[in-house]
Design a protein around this ligand. Structure first.
Ligand SMILES: Cc1cc2nc3c(=O)[nH]c(=O)nc-3n(C[C@H](O)[C@H](O)[C@H](O)COP(=O)(O)O)c2cc1C
Length: 550
């Protein structure tokens, strides 16, 4: 489906793949981009649908709050409404995405500069940028959180800036609020671990350069789009890692009015100069930490050109309260980085998985580290500390669990905390954490702290009290034969050993299910004792002391 010279899909081709797999809904009914579009897509995140049933929505008949009609369609959810959609863009099954990220980061491929790109089929410059119905005002940019947001805001961006010292470009997904047909205000996070583009802004300021060239790209080929939210080391050019994902150089063209290279196959490029001297109020805007970001000063950009394909599609990310498209993109991108840091860079071999908790908490606050059973306590704590401090803005609450605890299941986490952690010895609270991404002023003085909890088993425990797997499976077959309501098994749905269990008890249970309980009664009769307090432990395995906790 891709062009012969280009072994990676652009957004148009990606949408065709989604459609072919039943993952793209085309909405041809009139939709108001300012008040209806995002709320409609939001229902698939708050309406009780399973994650796998989420789709991308392509809106082809768009109006705005004033009844104006727009030619350009908008697509929401096309990059990551769910992991399956992400995996189509990644060209890899969901289970292999983490490995693909790791290989691409280790083997980046520099981009190829080409003379022409579809992203410049149409060029809007000069006078054509200013005035109602012109420039940015031509674009159907949706309002994300109607009722709270103060502007249509670009969300599915790849914002390109260049380090004035090294010449290396950075690409980040940052929001940008429309302010005029030729002006918008970008928000780049200034916190530690925030936006790479902000470091470029500071360098320009330091050099006394008032304006920073910037290109805001909408609708990149998916391999490039995935780079926007990815957190790579400072100074690493994301377009090279996109090449690593594609297995081939990404084609770039020179932007028309700023000295930057932009992906040739993108849908729309908004070029301009960011003022590093003046700031302008931006927001309120519903943020990915799940609260509304209140008004704050951010970076105004004067638009110098808008270039686009003849038939562009504008992507918009649904973000705000997790789960959302934004949290799916970040979860899939960030988790492999944590795993490889702990397991490969730090050599904590027993780390099986690192999970960023998604619903409501929005990934950055709660990190769950799944560990192999029986790891030395010192290694458990190394894993906890390393996960909590790998990024400046992630891991405020970091919990270590065993591999039978489903990290995405908050009930299971509470279960682990309730039975496997002793607060007085398994909890540490450390001061001096950056405030992180969240509503400001949640902690006095701009500092937060870190909560580490070792909720792994400290020794053997008795089995989980549910029928063993084989009995539950047999019963499930009967359930289905009876035509009872569809089952959706929830972990844990069968009992299993947690280490403290004896062969003789297995044998007794086996006799019991075969109807031979009288035999068990004969065996226990022989063990009758005089003078012991009821509830005194009895270990029929004579080889092991009766007091053993296992
Ligand atoms: C939908 C979405 C919106 C985002 N908005 C912003 C934003 O406005 N400002 C920001 O600094 N980061 C934002 N992020 C997070 C950054 O994209 C992320 O931190 C990324 O690593 C930035 O790239 P960089 O490290 O090259 O700066 C957003 C992420 C997503 C998925």
């Amino acid at each position: 489906m891709n062009s012969c010279e280009r072994p990676y899909p652009d957004l148009h081709e990606h949408l065709q793949s989604l459609k072919a797999q039943g993952l793209l809904l085309s909405i041809d009914r009139r939709i108001d981009k300012d008040s209806e579009l995002h709320p409609l897509v939001r229902w698939q995140f708050v309406g009780g649908l399973a994650e796998k049933d989420r789709k991308a929505f392509l809106f082809t008949n768009i109006t705005d709050g004033q009844g104006r009609r727009y030619e350009i369609p908008v697509v929401v959810g096309a990059i990551a409404a769910n992991p399956q959609i992400y995996s189509i863009g990644m060209g890899a099954p969901v289970a292999e995405i983490g490995g693909k990220w790791q290989r691409a980061i280790a083997n980046p491929i520099p981009p190829r500069l080409v003379d022409r790109g579809v992203c410049q089929e149409v060029v809007i410059e000069g006078e054509a940028l200013s005035g109602a119905g012109k420039g940015l005002d031509l674009l159907p940019i949706p309002i994300s959180t109607p009722g709270f947001d103060s502007a249509p805001t670009l969300t599915a961006t790849n914002v390109i800036t260049r380090d004035p010292e090294t010449g290396v470009q950075n690409m980040g997904t940052y929001r940008a609020a429309l302010k005029a047909s030729d002006r918008l205000v970008l928000r780049m996070a200034t916190r530690v671990g925030g936006a790479g583009g902000y470091l470029h802004y500071l360098s320009h300021q330091k050099r006394g350069e008032r304006f920073m060239p910037c290109a805001i790209v909408l609708g990149c080929p998916p391999f490039v789009a995935f780079m926007g939210p990815q957190k790579l080391p400072i100074g690493m050019d994301e377009i090279e890692v996109a090449g690593g994902l594609a297995g081939a150089p990404i084609q770039v063209v020179r932007a028309r009015s700023v000295p930057l290279l932009v992906p040739a196959e993108s849908e729309i490029v908004i070029e301009g100069l960011i003022d590093t001297e003046f700031v302008e109020p931006e927001a309120p805007f519903g943020e990915s930490h799940g609260h509304v970001a209140l008004e704050e000063y951010n970076m105004p950009m004067q638009v110098s050109a808008i270039t686009m394909r003849r038939d562009p599609v504008i992507p918009s990310y649904i973000s705000q309260l997790a789960p959302s498209e934004s949290s799916v993109i970040k979860k899939i991108a960030y988790e492999p980085l944590f795993l490889s840091h702990l397991r490969d860079a730090l050599g904590i071999r027993g780390v099986k998985k690192v999970s960023l908790h998604e619903p409501l908490t929005g990934l950055l606050r709660v990190v769950i580290v799944t560990l192999e059973r029986g790891m030395p306590r010192t290694e458990v704590w190394r894993a906890l500390r390393s996960a909590a401090f790998f990024k400046g803005d992630c891991g405020k609450i970091t919990i270590a669990v065993d591999d039978d605890i489903a990290p995405e299941n908050a009930d299971a986490l509470l279960w682990a905390l309730a039975y496997r952690a002793n607060p007085v010895e398994d909890v540490a609270i450390l001061p001096h954490r950056g405030e992180g991404h969240g509503p400001k002023r949640e902690s006095e003085g701009g500092e937060d702290s870190t909560l580490l909890i070792d909720a792994t088993m400290k020794g053997k425990m008795p089995p989980l009290a549910l029928p063993k797997r084989e009995y539950m499976e047999r019963a499930k077959a009967i359930w289905e034969e009876l035509g009872l309501p569809l089952l959706r098994p929830q972990e844990p749905w069968h009992g299993y050993s947690l280490g403290d269990w004896l062969q003789v008890w297995d044998e007794a249970a086996s006799r019991a299910v075969r109807g031979l309980y009288l035999e068990n009664g004969r065996i226990s009769a022989k063990e009758r004792r005089r003078g012991l307090k009821p509830e005194t432990k009895f270990r029929p395995d004579r080889a092991r002391p009766a007091t053993e906790r296992g």
